[in-house]
Each structure stands twice: as C-alpha cells, then as structure tokens.
Design a protein around this ligand. Structure first.
Ligand code: CP
Length: 308
C-alpha cells in the first residue's frame, strides 16, 4: 500500500509496488475516464526552489486530471524563503494547507529533511545532484512500453553522470531488474559518484565506464543522454570545456541498433542534434508524456484513491 508514503529515492518503493504503479499508469493511458475525478477535494502543493518545465507541469496536469487542485510556487523568490524562512517551516506550512507536497530543491538531502517535518507525503522532484525518483518512474515506464519489459538490456548513460540526478536514480532502480548491464559514457571529470558505483557492485550489476559514445553505440538497447548542467558547476571554465563533449547526431545514430531507444530526461541543450528528433528511435518526447501518466498513478496511490 502506498497510501500516505513519501518518495525520496527509488528504493523507497519495492519492485512490486513500482510495477503496480506502471500497471496503473498503463490503465490510465488506455482509458481516459479511469480515475478521473478521484482526487476531487484534494490539494497538491508544488514547492519548486529550482526551475522546471516537465516535472512541475506534469504533476500539476496529473493532479488536475484526477480532479484535484494545486497551489505552490515556481520561484522561491516569490516565497518567504526569500525572507529567510527555513525549509522545515516552509514545509510545515505547505503540509497544513495541502494533502501532499512535491518539492524540488538545489540541496541534496532537502527532500528527506522535508519528509521528516511533513505529516503529509513528500515527493522528491529533484534534490540537487542526488535523486529524481519520479523521473525514474517515467524512464522505466517508457522502457517497459517501448521494449516490452525491463530486462535483458544494455543501458548506456551519456553526459554528466556525476551531477546527473536522473542517472543516479535510474541506475539504482535498474539494478533491481533482471539481466541489465550498464555502460557509463562520460569525461573523466563527470563519472558517476562513488555511492552509485558501490551500489551497483553490491547488487552484482555488470557495468563499465568508457569515454567514447561511438564505441558504445553498437552495444546499446537503451541510450540515456543527459545535459551537462551549468548550474551544478562551481567553475564556468570547466562547464564550457565539458559542455559539448558528446553530441548525438545522425552519424552516431547510424552506429546504433535498429531497436535502440534513445531517452533524455530533458531539457536538452546541444547534446542531441535536432535532426535526431525525426529518427523513430528517438523517444524523449514520448517519455515526457509517460511522465504525466505515471505521476497520476503515483498521486492517486499516495492519496489513497486508486483502489490499488
Ligand atoms: N526532466 C526534468 O526534470 O525536467 P524539468 O527540469 O523541466 O522538470
């Protein structure tokens, strides 16, 4: 049962619970009327201390489609955080008005802290370079829909794997599935953090780290491209030096398998050339739409109205 539960990182829900959400999301996708109106009278607080398009809007769309309402802020400058209010107090206030909280914050661990002060469920919509578990639900649902299941796959992650919270959450979540091997493609400076490497080792996941996207392409079933994130760098020079290390274009796509699925959490900057958008293997816009269905499944479950 997910009713009343927070989601801070992918491991908070069991594999069975996660799969249950996907089954629910698929029902919602296939039947426009399923769960419509089920969140009538419920309120969702969206507290975004960092910019967002997909996560915030898809959560709001999900809540509105379920018949609920939303309140919150997209700019911390318009909240009392700008006057020095602590995160704990902001969360206490939101919890006294709303039935659930979705929060994005630049500080790693902020969502966990928020969940300790909140009597209502807290969903982590990204905490710094740490985790982004609802993006992972989106990614897994997309893989499941486009590959017919999540097993027997070689998954490549490319770009900023050090600060890329979507990569950390997805790698951790995929380590629970059968026969998944991973290739991490990044510059030396942006390799995955030690805690992710240790987790994969402990979970007996086969993985390797390489520098060349061309070398990886022929082996991949799923390619997860990511943006080099200017906002995570302390030094602008390093960002400029690394930002265009990998650019997926038609030439590189020609090295990939016919059934390859190309994902990207978005937003993209230069790392996927627009010419790739017309390739049938480019799935990143579909992926963003699956995000709304899985967030509908998540909200209806934690608010106890899904019947699951
Ligand atoms: N994927 C994702 O988190 O996108 P936004 O930053 O637009 O929410």
């Amino acid at each position: 049962m997910l009713e009343g539960r927070s989601l801070i990182e992918p491991g908070n829900f069991s594999l069975e619970e996660t799969e249950g959400l996907f089954a629910l999301a698929e029902k919602i996708e296939n039947d426009d009327t399923f769960l419509r109106g089920s969140c009538g009278g419920k309120l969702l607080a969206t507290l975004f201390f960092e910019p967002s398009t997909r996560t915030r809007l898809s959560f709001e769309a999900a809540m509105l489609r379920l018949g609920g309402s939303c309140l919150g802020f997209a700019d911390p400058g318009s909240s009392s955080a700008a006057k020095g209010e602590s995160l704990a107090d902001t969360v206490r206030m939101a919890a006294s008005y709303a039935d659930a909280i979705v929060m994005r914050n630049p500080k790693e661990g902020a969502a966990l802290l928020a969940s300790r002060y909140s009597p209502v469920p807290v969903i982590n919509a990204g905490d710094g370079g740490h985790h982004h578990p609802t993006q992972t639900l989106t990614d897994l649902l997309t893989i499941r829909r486009l590959r017919g299941g999540v097993k027997d796959l070689v998954v490549g992650y490319c770009g900023d794997l050090k600060f890329g919270r979507t990569v950390h959450s997805l790698a951790k979540a995929l380590s629970r599935y059968e026969n998944i091997s991973m290739i991490f493609i990044s510059p030396e400076e942006l390799t995955p953090p030690e805690y992710i490497v240790r987790h994969l080792q402990k979970s007996n996941v086969e993985f390797r780290e390489i520098r060349s996207l061309e070398e990886a392409m022929p082996h991949l079933d799923v390619l997860y491209m990511t943006r080099v994130q200017r906002e995570r760098f302390f030094n602008e020079e390093d960002y400029i030096r690394l930002k265009d290390t990998y650019i997926l274009n038609e030439e590189k796509m020609a090295l990939g398998k016919k059934e390859l699925v190309v994902l990207h959490p978005l937003p993209r900057v230069n790392e996927i050339a627009v010419e790739v958008d017309d390739d049938p293997r480019a799935a990143y816009f579909k992926q963003a739409k699956y995000g709304m269905y899985v967030r509908m499944a998540l909200l209806s479950s934690i608010l106890g109205v899904s019947g699951a």
